[in-house]
Design a protein around this ligand. Sequence first.
Ligand code: SF4
Ligand code: SF4
Length: 381
Amino acid sequence: MNCVVSVGNAKEYDVEGLKQNISKRINDIGGFESIISRSDRVLLKPNLLTSAPPTRAVVTHPSFVEAVASLIIDHGAKVSIGDSPPLGNLNRVLSKSGYDDFMRRLNVEPCPFTKKRTLECVEGRVFRRLDLAEEVFDFDAVINLPKLKTHTQMGLTLAVKNLFGTVLGTDKASWHLRAGKNIDDFATVLVQIFEQVNPTVSIIDGILGMEGNGPNNGTPRFIGIVAAGKDAVALDAVLASLVNFPANMLRTSVIGQELGLGMADLSKITILGDELKGFPITDFRQAKSVTMAWNLSYWNPVRRFLENHMITRPMIDGAVCKKCGVCMTHCPPSAISETNGALSIDRKKCISCFCCQELCENDAIQVLEPLLGRFFSRVSR
Ligand code: SF4
Ligand code: SF4
C-alpha cells in the first residue's frame, strides 16, 4: 500500500500555477505513469453537489478540474467528467458552476450517470451488494477530485465521501435509510463504495474550502492547500489533521483502515511536499453535528434519551423557507410534512442524515445541537 500523501501550498486558482503544483504532487506519489497510461479513457469525479458559483466553495473549482484535465490530456489520455448530482442534471450543474468554457476548449465530455450496475462486494464485507453507476466502470481509470468541506452528517467531506456521487439519484436516500442514525454503518457504505470504484488517485481542492455547516450552506474559508494521494484513507486523515478535525471522528478513515483499504495512522503516513505554515488551523469552524459520531447501541430508553439530548437535528426556519418542497421530496424516511402551508419535521422519524440541510438552496434548515451533545463534542476533541 502506498501511504504517501503530498501536500502543496496554493494561493489562487490560476490554471498554469495549479498545473505545476498538481504535477509536483503527482510526482511525489509515483508520477503520472503510475496512475494512467497514454490513450486511457479517464473519468474525473469532482464534487458537483449542486449548481453553485466557485466563490461559494460548494463544487470543486472549475480551474482546479481544468488543470487536472489539461495534465491528463498532455499525457495522451482522453478525459470525461461525471457525477450524479442530487439536484438537477449534470449538464446544468456543470454549466452553472463554470465548467462549460474549459470543457469546450479541451474537448472534455460530460458523462451523466444514468445506468445502474449491481456489484458483488468482497467476501466478509458488511454490505454484500452495491448498485453503482455503470458508466464509472466503462473507463480505464477514475480520478477523484473532492473539495475540502465540512459536512453536517459526517464531519468532513473529503476523498472517500466524494464517491457517494457514483450512487444514482434516489438510491442515495435508501442508503441513508439503511444506515439510519448509525454513523458507522453509513461510513462503512461509503468505504465500500470507494473500494468498488477504486480511483487511481485522489487530488483534493483545498484552496478555498468550506467551514461551518457544510457541504452546501457553510462558509467559504481560504485554506490554501492542494493534496494528492493514492491511499484516500491516508489522504483524508492528513487533511483532517490540517483543519484540526479529531482523527477518531473521521469514521470513513477509521473504518477504511479497519477494512484494510488504507492507513489512517498519521505516524505511518509519509507526508511530502511544501513546508506548511499555520497548520493545523485551530479556529477552523467544524460542522455542529459531529456529535453524530457517537454510536448509540444501548438499551432502548437510554438510547432514546441520548438521541434526544445529544444528537444534532435539523429545524426548519419558517421565516426563510420558500416552501419549494425539495427537502420534503428528498427526506429518506419522509419525516418532513406540510400542514396549513408550514413545513415541520417529525423528530421520531428523522434520522439526522441532514440531506434536507444539504439540499436546501435557501439555507432554511438550521442545525440544532442539544446542550448535552455540545458539551460532549467539546470534551471529546
Ligand atoms: S428545501 Fe428549504 S426552502 Fe425548500 S421547503 Fe425545504 S426548507 Fe423550505
Ligand atoms: S428531516 Fe432532514 S435530517 Fe431528518 S431524516 Fe429528513 S432529510 Fe434527514
